[in-house]
Design a protein around this ligand. Sequence first.
Ligand code: 8X3
Length: 248
Amino acid sequence: MDQTRTAVVTGASSGIGAATARHLAREGFHVYCAARRADRIEALAAEIGGTPVACDVTDEDSVAGLASAVGDRLDVLVNNAGGAFGASPVAEADSDDWRRMFEVNVIGLMQVTRALLPALVASRDGVILNVGSTAGRIAYEGGAGYTAAKHGTQVVNETLRLELYDQPVRVMEIAPGMVKTEEFGLVRFGGDEEKAQAVYAGVAEPLVADDVADAITWMVTRPAHVSIDELVIRPKAQAAQHKVHRQG
Ligand code: 8X3
């Protein structure tokens, strides 16, 4: 019997997802790299000896394709696909941006989890690791669409842990604060490089994707009886959402 542990990472085309796929592969996992952008996940999968699966988590048929690519046994699912679109106050909120945030951060996460749960149970020690956010813990001006969606991620995580209490599947959430990735800010601010960079202004060392991937890898490789229910990770400079040490 092939004992190679397997992992699915969604949103693997960049940022925390790509870094997590690399870290898990280094730990010996065979990683299914799932994302919409086929060229990126093909390159990543070739680099780490994994399997690319073109998948849009918001599309049920696409998620069914991911489940059939994975087969009947899976050790770890990292629900990383997510994101923020826009930063308008509620008074000027864009309904489509809000819908997209709920689609990817909540409904997509549910669809992938639902589709892969039988395979996770079949492993007899499955782990679901949901990538939430400190935005799922607090509120900030201009953040309501994203904070509401990430609070959703957090609550789905908690609910799932209750529902699976007697199943051989652990349910965990990592909630990162300020992480400087190549795309998060750009996507949020519609490609506006200046606004995206302003978030990190004066912060000597924001977290990078590798910091979060390192923590995720630690969480999912604890012994079977250990559940890291929730882990909040921030740069030292970010004592709280509104309390950031900026220099210069
Ligand atoms: C990202 C954290 O501070 O941009 O998930 O909401 S924040």
